[in-house]
Design a protein around this ligand. Structure first.
Ligand code: SF4
Ligand code: SF4
Length: 104
């Protein structure tokens, strides 16, 4: 094999490797897009759920909810059309009266 043939063989292999890398990058984009769709779906399925037997009606969850999804009269209630399941109210409730659906 002369040096010219050796070089073109090397060049072909290099092109093959580049093509495979490009294919893998496309596949990884697809995988990431699927993961993001699954994560979005999971987030959209989560909703705040109140345990009225624990709720004292303090109103903290109503104050901290970024969606305006909580109303408190005697106890808190959630507007499930507005709730995005962010979990902020769960963090702030002093009574542990809120959980997110789909979580223990
Ligand atoms: S923060 Fe907790 S205790 Fe206070 S109103 Fe909301 S759910 Fe009830
Ligand atoms: S989970 Fe988020 S959006 Fe839903 S009620 Fe609680 S603070 Fe509001």
């Amino acid at each position: 094999m002369n040096s010219r043939t050796g070089y073109s063989t090397f060049q072909r292999r290099l092109d093959d490797v580049k093509t495979r890398i490009a294919d893998l990058e496309e596949q990884m984009k697809d995988v990431h897009a699927r993961i993001n769709r699954l994560a979005d779906r999971r987030l959209l399925e989560r909703r705040a759920v109140i345990d009225p037997s624990r709720c004292t009606g303090c109103g903290i969850c109503q104050d901290v909810c970024p969606q305006g999804a909580v109303r408190v009269s005697r106890v808190a209630t959630i507007d499930i059309e507005r709730c995005i399941g962010c979990g902020v109210c769960v963090q702030y409730c002093p009574q542990g009266a809120i959980r997110l659906s789909g979580e223990q």
